[in-house]
Design a protein around this ligand. Sequence first.
Ligand SMILES: Cc1cc2nc3c(=O)[nH]c(=O)nc-3n(C[C@H](O)[C@H](O)[C@H](O)COP(=O)(O)OP(=O)(O)OC[C@H]3O[C@@H](n4cnc5c(N)ncnc54)[C@H](O)[C@@H]3O)c2cc1C
Length: 392
Amino acid sequence: MSPAKGEGTYNVVVIGGGTAGLVTAAATAALGGRVALVERGRMGGDCLNTGCVPSKALISSARLAAQIRRAPEWGLDPMEPRFDLGRVLESMRERRARIAPHDSQERFESLGVDVVRAHARFLSPHEVQAGGLRLRARNFVIATGSRPAIPPIEGLAGAGPHTSETIFDDLRERPDSLLVLGGGPIGCELGQAFARLGVAVTIVQRAARILEKEDEDAAAVVRRRMEADGVRVLTAAQARAVSRQGARVRVAVQTGEGREETLEAAALLVAAGRAPNTGDLGLDAAGVAHDAKGIRVDACLRTSRPHIYAATISRMWPTSTRAPSSATSCCRGRRRGRSRPSCPGAPTPRPRWRTSGSTRRRPAPGGSPTTCGPARSATWTAPWSSVRKRAS
Ligand SMILES: Cc1cc2nc3c(=O)[nH]c(=O)nc-3n(C[C@H](O)[C@H](O)[C@H](O)COP(=O)(O)OP(=O)(O)OC[C@H]3O[C@@H](n4cnc5c(N)ncnc54)[C@H](O)[C@@H]3O)c2cc1C
C-alpha cells in the first residue's frame, strides 16, 4: 500500500502548479515515481489563468474583428464588426474555463500525483513545509514562475493599474482608452488586441523600439501593423508619474524628443517586465544560490544544490510556456548528455513569426556560468524581406 499524502519520502516534490510544475509532475508519475505537487494559487499557473490561454482567446476575437474590417480583400462588401467588448471578455473566460479541467487537481490526482494546495517553503535542503504537511524528497523541482514587475514610477502602484494578473478577470466592459506601459511581447499583443476591439490604445515604451529582444526588422513590421490597427506607439518615452483623477488615469511622459506630455485614459496596463517568485521560498534554508534576477542553474537546470532543480524562470530561460517544458525534457535527457534544448519562441502580436535556436538579438549562449553552451540546433537566418508573410 502506498503511504498517505505527506508521509515517507517522495522521489520528487514539485513546487508550483503552472506549466513547468505540471509537466514535471505528470512525467515523474508516468515514470513510476512518487511525486507531490504543491500549488498555493490556481492550478495551471500563469499560462492557463493569466497568460497564454486568456490572451490568445482575446487575440482570436480581435483577429476576427480585424479580418471582418478587411472584408473587401476577400471580395466581400465593406463591413464593420459589431460586438460588445464585455461579451467578448466573457467568452474569453468561458473558453479558459473549458480548458481548466486539464490542469485541475482532480486530473493530476488521477495521474497519481499527490496535490497539496498550500504555500511551500524549504525548511532544509531535504524538507518543505506546505500547509500542515512536511514533505521530504530525494529531489525537488522549483517551478514557481514569475509575476508582473511594477516599475518604481511615482504614483503608479497607488493608481490601481491592471497587470496581466488582473486584466482578464477584472475587466468587464470596454474602456474607451487604454495606456500600456511596456512595449514587449505582452504589452504589444494585448495593446494590439484591445485596439482591434475598439479601444484607443497608446503604448509607452522606454526603449528605442518595441519588442527589443526580437530582431529589429521583424519588430519594425509588427510596429507598422500595430499602427495600422490604430495603436499609438511612443518609443524612447519615459513614464515619469502616474495619478488618478476619478475614473481617469493620467501618466506624465517624457517623449523621445524630450517633450513632456500628459496622457490620459480610462485604464492603465503595466507590462514592463517580470519578477521571479522566489521570495518566501526558504531558498537560504535550502542552500540554493539566488539573486534578484532568479535562481542560478547549470546546463541541466540544477541549482547550487544538485538534487534541487529550477525548471521555471531562471536567468537562462526566456519567459515562454515552451521554456519550462523544454527545461523539463532537458532534465530528463541529462543522462544522455543532452544540453540545453533549442527553445522555440513565438511572440504573438501580428503578423506572427517564430524563432528557434538563436537569433541575432539572442545569440546562442556560452561562456558565463549561468548559461549552458551553444544550443545544438543549427541556426538559419534569412533577411526579413525574403520571408513570405501571411498577414492576419
Ligand atoms: C499575457 C501573457 C501571455 C503569454 N502568452 C504566451 C504565449 O502565447 N506563449 C508562451 O509560450 N508563453 C506565453 N506566456 C508566458 C507563459 O505564461 C509563462 O512563461 C509560463 O506560464 C510559465 O510557466 P511556469 O510554470 O514557469 O510558471 P507559472 O505558470 O507562473 O506557475 C508558477 C506557479 O507556482 C505557484 N507558486 C509560486 N510560489 C509558490 C510557493 N512558494 N508555493 C506554492 N506554489 C507557488 C504560483 O501560484 C503559480 O501557479 C504569456 C504570459 C503572459 C503574462
